[in-house]
Design a protein around this ligand. Structure first.
Ligand SMILES: C[S@@+](CC[C@H](N)C(=O)[O-])C[C@H]1O[C@@H](n2cnc3c(N)ncnc32)[C@H](O)[C@@H]1O
Length: 285
């Protein structure tokens, strides 16, 4: 049993390393695997519950002044820019970094189309990136980087005042994925490893008082079955490489469930928005 106390950062460091392992060599950190997801990533923006979460996060960031004229923002693992493109019109500048060139290419296309000029995108692995200066807000959403407390420390250090995380929060259930993984691989997908519970407790033990808000939703996407099958293969290959026979079985399992060539996938999710204000509690007493 761990002899450290849960109100210490060391307790959560030990907990994180036993619960999450090292993971630094996981395919989830490779730019190539995310390049494969870039083409269809923005399908999410057609989901009502996903967009409600994005809009609420943006509204909260504006309300507390983390996103405001004159502020600089770093969006780590920005993907296709769901947040960066919505934050940029309300602040001085956004530096948007991602390991995947294909994700950034989508962001750039949208940035040009929207006529936004204050986003600088940087193709890099966050773990190799040293910011030249600190940012008023450091923002990070739904990335495997969140399973490392060392990276969370570095993100917090890069922030002058606000640090915001969007993360999974205990629920991510995709029945189609579960059924097919059991059928083809013999076991259900493993529980999602990135969860707000660890960063929240760690940051709290470090003396911060993060605001926390949860979102419950159903992310529903309807796609041609081939695209859905590619997405499922991609998710499964985050776990381990598949043989040709397994890939064929996944394609067949998705094809037989399609109706008129299309397939609808629903994922029940709970996500969390966590916000640290480094200045909170520092006023006169
Ligand atoms: C699920 S997407 C989230 C994208 C975006 N943050 C959002 O919420 O829409 C995860 C992103 O993390 C990026 N990523 C993964 N590992 C990374 C790393 N080491 N450095 C920078 N980006 C990384 C991927 O390329 C991908 O774009």
């Amino acid at each position: 049993m761990c002899s450290k106390r849960p109100n210490t950062p060391e307790f959560w460091r030990d907990y994180a390393s036993s619960a999450l392992g090292d993971g630094s060599r996981s395919p989830a950190f490779s730019g190539e695997i995310w390049d494969r997801a870039a083409r269809d990533y923005d399908d999410l923006e057609a989901c009502h519950d996903y967009m409600r979460q994005v809009e609420c996060v943006l509204a909260s960031l504006r309300e507390c002044g983390a996103v405001a004229p004159g502020q600089t923002v770093l969006d780590i693992a920005c993907g296709t820019g769901a947040y960066a493109l919505r934050i940029a019109p309300f602040c001085r500048s956004v530096t948007a970094i991602d390991i995947s060139g294909a994700m950034l290419q989508r962001l750039e296309e949208k940035r040009r189309r929207l006529g936004i000029s204050n986003i600088q995108s940087v193709a890099t692995d966050w773990r190799d990136y040293t910011p030249e200066d600190r940012f008023d807000l450091v923002f990070v959403s739904l990335t495997p980087l969140l399973r490392s407390l060392d990276e969370i420390d570095r993100m917090l250090d890069a922030s002058r005042r606000f640090f915001a995380i969007v993360s999974w929060a205990g629920v991510k259930k995709n029945v189609l994925h579960e059924e097919i993984a059991r059928e083809v691989l013999g076991s259900a997908p493993e529980r999602h490893r990135v969860d707000v519970m660890i960063p929240f407790n760690y940051l709290y033990a470090r003396g911060y008082a993060p605001d926390l808000r949860f979102f419950h939703g159903c992310w529903e996407r309807t796609r041609p079955w081939q695209r859905q099958a590619e997405n499922l293969l991609w998710q499964m290959e985050m776990r381990r490489p598949l043989t040709d026979a397994e890939k064929g079985a996944v394609l067949e399992a998705v094809r037989t469930r399609a109706v008129d060539g299309m397939i609808t996938v629903r994922t029940r999710v709970r996500t969390a928005f966590l916000l640290v204000d480094k200045e909170a509690g520092k006023g006169p007493c």
